[in-house]
Design a protein around this ligand. Structure first.
Ligand code: XMP
Length: 512
């Protein structure tokens, strides 16, 4: 457990869709911050300031989320955003009214008087509004510091310099000086120093892991994805060969994937890596199975069995490391978004509790973009850092219908041409994910003078920021044309290539 204290900002979450953006915004300013559901807040000495998030409720709703007024009198600087401002305003004796029309979208604010919150801001700037209610009377001891077209109290502050409130969202990129405003709050008003950096995270985590694990053995399922890779490197730095990383070849990997993992981790970092070839076992169990959920279930179970079997060979192991990230924890404790449901069936790597190992989760404070920065700091090669997400069930959900070795071989060739061409044309880093899918259909074609009757493959490339929603990537036609020609010319058994132009929702990113 952590011994040293550190400064932090706590965000009280009232259910805004933007709460995580606030946290990421604050962390980009190199200040550590945490999200806490509004009703689970506890005061302690590491907290240097509070942010009350926005939220969908109206303060006048009977079941509107409330906090104890005592929080407002804790002596900590507080920034209230939209709902957070309205709630604090009401609790402190102001009045809140429903707006005639909900203000949503871009607006302009004009500063009215100088405020530490707006230091170095021009008199006028663009902001992003999204609120139904607004303050119509200020609590005693408050003053307005900015107005916008429709409202006098677009931003307010208390005369004691502890409370600041905004009717707009500084965390959204459409607010021109949003980052500056958050920076003024956390650095100048709360007095937090910019110490949350990848280097300080690595130092602290490695020292904590050393203490927690001591001389015991830890195991980790290494997939070669960013999260498990960074987790492995952190643990390796902390406990060296006491970490045993297990890489399971389930026979559903892409071309060259296993070799890349071995080369990176065993070759370059000297990780204690065990590579288990379980491909025959997985493919045997998948024989004759075409239903997508059934395939996922079989793969999930097989993974756990193989992992447990390998772990037992290692003698006494006390810890199991997992690459759980901060958003997974927020989702499970705070307001559940749709992501919680989707992830439950994605969690192929989840191990049963009967496994009775103590969990180590060194990434549980990090957002995905922070994991990448930490990975970079630890020297993880760009090929792994920038890798597109790859689903746990692997190519099994990209060979539609029954999975066979022969279909996998064909799909690997197609996928590898697609990815090579995207990389060669500098399009790989522009998309969230790109892959090929083997359809359970044959089509008629003509090659030379011959009629062919062969397989159809679909190419999928999407843009997204978190995989929850996605749009199909507008790849240049010339690029697509080149890829299609290469596939049809080079991969025997494919005579047609189609490009998927569906967004998520209503489609999903994977086809199964
Ligand atoms: P869908 O297809 O649901 O996928 O739009 C959203 C994101 O999740 C990935 N995905 C998975 N990841 N295990 C995983 O670890 C899985 O079973 C799984 N299924 C889908 C998918 O590749 C996309 O990035």
């Amino acid at each position: 457990m952590r011994k040293t204290t550190r400064e932090k900002i706590v965000i009280l979450d009232f259910g805004s869709q933007y709460t995580q953006l606030i946290a990421r915004g604050v962390r980009e300013l190199k200040v550590y911050c945490e999200i806490v559901p509004y009703d689970r807040f506890e005061l302690h000495s590491e907290i240097k300031g509070l942010i009350f998030s926005g939220g969908p409720a109206s303060v006048h709703d009977s079941d509107a989320p409330r906090v104890d007024k005592a929080i407002l009198e804790s002596g900590l600087p507080i920034l209230g955003i939209c709902y957070g401002l309205q709630l604090a305003g009401l609790l402190l004796g102001g009045r809140v009214a429903k707006s005639e029309k909900r203000e949503y979208g871009p607006a302009e604010i004009t500063l009215k008087s100088s405020s530490r919150l707006f230091e170095s801001l021009p008199k006028r700037s663009r902001v992003w509004m999204s609120h139904g209610d607004h303050l119509t009377r200020l609590p005693p001891g408050f003053r307005s510091i900015a107005r916008s077209g429709n409202i006098d109290y677009a931003a307010v502050e208390s005369e004691d310099g502890l409370f600041y409130g905004l009717q707009f969202h500084p965390e959204v990129k459409h607010t021109e000086y949003g980052k500056k405003i958050l920076g003024n709050f956390v650095h100048n008003i709360c007095g937090c120093r910019p110490t949350w950096t990848p280097a300080s995270f690595v130092r602290r985590t490695v020292s904590d892991l050393k203490e927690q694990i001591g001389n015991q053995k830890v195991i980790l399922a290494l997939s070669g994805g960013v999260d498990s890779s960074v987790c492995a490197l952190l643990l390796h730095r902390a406990v060296g060969e006491k970490l045993v990383a297990i890489f399971i070849d389930n026979g559903l990997l892409r071309s060259g994937e296993k070799e890349e993992v071995i080369e990176t981790f065993r070759g370059k970092t000297g990780l204690n890596l065990r590579v288990v070839d379980a491909s025959k076992d997985f493919l045997e169990r998948l024989k004759g199975v075409a239903e997508p959920e059934e395939k996922r279930r079989i793969i999930g179970h097989a993974f756990i069995e193989v992992f447990e079997r390998e772990a037992k060979k290692l003698g006494r192991v006390k810890f199991l490391a997992q690459g759980t990230l901060y958003p997974d924890l927020i989702e499970s404790t705070s307001f559940k978004g749709p992501s919680a449901v989707i992830k439950s069936h994605h969690n192929v790597g989840g191990l049963p509790e009967s496994f009775s190992l103590r969990l180590v989760e060194p990434l549980k404070e990090l957002f995905k973009d922070e994991v990448r920065l930490v990975g970079k700091r630890l020297g993880l090669p760009k090929a792994i850092l920038g890798r597109h997400p790859f689903p746990g069930p692997g190519l099994a959900v990209r060979v539609l219908g029954e999975v066979t070795e022969q279909k996998l071989r064909l799909l690997r060739q197609v996928d590898s041409i697609f990815i090579q061409e995207l990389k060669r044309n500098r399009a790989y880093d522009q998309v969230w994910q790109a892959f090929a899918v083997l359809l359970p259909a044959k089509s008629v074609g003509v090659m030379g003078d011959e009629r062919t009757y062969e397989n159809v493959v679909a190419l999928r490339a999407v843009t997204s920021s978190d995989g929850m929603t996605a749009d199909w990537a507008r790849l240049p036609h010339e690029l697509l044309s080149g890829i299609s020609s290469r596939i049809i010319n080079e991969v025997q058994g494919v005579n047609r290539v189609v490009f998927d132009i569906s967004s998520k929702p209503p489609a999903t990113i994977e086809w199964e």
